[in-house]
Design a protein around this ligand. Sequence first.
Ligand code: URA
Length: 245
Amino acid sequence: MAGAGPQLSARQKVALEAMAIDVWTPRIELTTPPPPAPAPALAAALAPDDWGTLEREALACTRCVLHQTRTRVVFGVGDRQARWLVIGEAPGADEDRQGEPFVGRAGQLLNEMLRAAGLDREQVYIANILKCRPPDNRDPKPEESASCEGYLQRQIALVQPGLLLAVGRIAAQNLLRQDTPLSSLRGRVHRYGPAGIPLVVTYHPAYLLRSPGQKRKAWEDLCLAMATVPPLRSPVPARVAIDER
Ligand code: URA
């Protein structure tokens, strides 16, 4: 179906303009039908856990060499009951200093992308494949990703999101355990883990800063994610008092 694109609020249109995307153009091909709601099986399959234990463990982690060069562990941030969980690659210099994911220039663009989807940053949960910065922002090594993956898996189990948004090649390839190029992973809904959580792949905002011509495709990815799992729960209908006398 070649749709006319989602209905956009004035705020979303402003965010799309900030992303330098013409607001009247988005037309997406939704080739993948929305999947059924995921079962919360992943959480049940893991040992009992809680946020406090997990965060304490991550902050004290020495499982890989990156603990020797980090300034701060970048655990994750946002709504712990979010519908969308956004997963990036690894902290950069700004994140390493501040202890929060996506706070640099790429983070500003990620915020714009989320706003275009009708979301404030605080309404999603944001984490990375790695919790510690690789020196000189090099790619994560396989043993570093392997050492860190348990933390992210437990975060996913605790949040129980409706959708994972993998931003960038490293996040997508690690989560999907594939080395397929990012361009081939975009445009369809993947499944993550035993619970089959829907996973959508998009470009990393740092890449979009270098290649702004690709922002339109990132918007198509966000449209696919929105069509798959609306990022906000619909408001609970107000209770109507019924006088049954
Ligand atoms: N890039 C990422 O992938 N994650 C961050 O937290 C910052 C930049």
